[in-house]
Design a protein around this ligand. Structure first.
Ligand code: ARG
Length: 465
């Protein structure tokens, strides 16, 4: 079959058809067939526009649109035969249509696959961004629920993975909600960026034919908030711009980073060493050899998959960077990474949203960890600052107290006052009151802090969204 020329769309100047290996390296229908419904939508809008300006008759438009509906129904039923020899989704659909509807030979008037694929992908990005946003919202809702249940569970907060200061588990979880909310903004920005119609840019330099770009943009929903059509303003940019691909992959990679860091926290927290949480059976697995094991596989896989998401971004940046204007066939390779980022990121988000309701805090283990008085060493500094000791001096004094507790092998909060009082005159006998954990947390009620009212307000804020 290799040497017979099936390329009705561009075969005119060729004496023989492409080599079998040319077909293999050239086909994209194996992965771009998922664009079918956007391609059909784009072609129906194109036909409507051609009829609107009189380049085809209303009857021809009707026949084309009905034929495309029939093809779409066949595709959805899994009965459409995709032929890799026809390269891509566009030519597969166009040739199937032309076989049924003679008027379809006019459909590609004033259009190139270059502006066609750019249009299909912009429609796809608008769809994909809406899906990712829905998945992000589910994760946010699940995190807010878990935060609500863990408002009173105090745990050590860490810097350098060393115990730092106490926080509620809720405050820790809500940090991720802030991240995923920023991700929602990034995804919304990609959606807005994609919402401009490139159709009419042709292969590179538009067309001499009297098309109506705003008509087709309106048909396809490329409109602003006021309903005004939005069309690209430079035909050369429009057919070679892949910024939305990069921005989408970047947003997915960033979501991946956030999911991965969160996964790492849950993996650590569920270890015997921490024991702060129990993970649900449904999202963990056992060992084929060690009967006691309960492994946090879902979170590990999410951590692993996040590497794929950043790889996809890197691939796109590298692919585009050296390309001269305008379209180059290299750009066909732009789709697998964005489709993969979409598939993986939605799977990752959906798995997390399903897993989180089964995560249980283990209050006793959290309480044991947070009983470490060193977590409140900084609060002792604040105690001294309140007694007018300059901060640097107070920091040094508490450092000496910590050293003393290590030397005497007595916990910081149990240092006898005869010893502690010698370190600084401002240290009164009441200094150990600092080690009241509830008081320490309640004292942090400025915006963004882990105080219970702040956390409650933040939970209410997210619930209201
Ligand atoms: N399948 C192609 C792609 O995804 C469509 C554009 C083909 N354009 C061309 N000049 N060969 O890039």
């Amino acid at each position: 079959m290799a040497k017979t020329n099936k390329q009705a769309t561009w075969g005119g100047r060729f004496k023989e058809g492409p080599d079998a290996l040319m077909l293999r390296i050239g086909e994209s229908v194996s992965f771009d067939q998922r664009l079918a419904r956007f391609d059909v939508q784009g072609s129906q809008a194109q036909a409507a526009m051609l009829a609107h300006v009189g380049l085809i008759s209303p009857a021809e438009c009707e026949a084309i649109c009905a034929g495309l509906d029939a093809i779409m129904a066949k595709i959805e039923a899994g009965a459409f035969e995709w032929d890799p020899a026809l390269e891509d989704v566009h030519m597969n659909i166009e040739q199937a249509l032309t076989a049924e509807v003679p008027a379809a030979a006019k459909l590609h008037t004033a259009r190139s696959r270059n502006d066609q694929v750019a249009t299909d992908m912009r429609l796809w990005f608008k769809f994909a961004c809406a899906e990712v946003d829905t998945s992000l919202q589910a994760v946010i809702a699940a995190l807010v629920d878990l935060a609500d249940q863990t408002r009173e569970v105090i745990i050590p907060g860490y810097t350098h993975l060393q115990r730092a200061q106490p926080v509620s588990m809720a405050h820790h979880l809500l940090a991720y909600v802030e991240m995923f909310d920023r991700d929602r903004s990034a995804i919304a920005a990609v959606k807005a960026q994609a919402n401009v119609c490139p159709l009419g840019s042709g292969a590179i330099a538009g067309t001499t034919l009297p098309i109506d770009r705003e008509f087709v943009a309106r048909e396809l929903g490329f409109v602003d908030e006021a309903g005004q059509p939005q069309v690209t303003q430079n035909s050369m940019d429009a057919v070679s711009d892949r910024d939305s691909f990069i921005a989408f992959a970047a947003a997915c990679a960033t979501i991946g980073v956030h999911l991965s860091r969160m996964s790492e926290d849950f993996i650590l927290w569920s270890s015997a060493e921490f024991g702060f949480v129990k993970l649900p059976d449904a999202f963990t697995t056992g060992s084929s050899l060690m009967p006691q094991k309960k492994n946090p596989d879902a979170f590990e896989l999410i951590r692993g998959k996040s590497a794929r998401l950043s790889g996809n971004l890197q691939m796109l940046l590298t692919m585009v960077k050296g390309l001269p204007l305008t379209y180059n066939r290299d750009l066909q390779e732009d789709k697998p990474p964005v489709f993969d980022s979409f598939d993986q990121v939605t799977l990752m988000l959906d798995a997390v949203a399903a897993c989180l309701p089964g995560v249980e805090a283990v209050p006793a283990r959290c309480a044991a960890a947070v009983a470490d008085p060193l977590l409140l060493a900084t609060d002792v500094v604040d105690y001294l600052v309140n007694k007018n000791v300059p901060f640097r001096e107070a920091h040094h004094v508490v450092g000496e107290l910590v050293a003393l507790s290590e030397q005497l092998e007595v916990p910081l909060d149990q240092l006898p006052f005869e010893e502690a009082g010698k370190v600084h005159a401002a240290l009164a006998e009441d200094w150990t009151q600092v080690f009241d954990l509830q008081r320490a947390i309640a004292a942090r009620e400025q915006p963004g802090m882990p105080g219970p009212q702040q956390v409650a307000a933040r939970i209410a804020h997210w619930r209201a969204q």
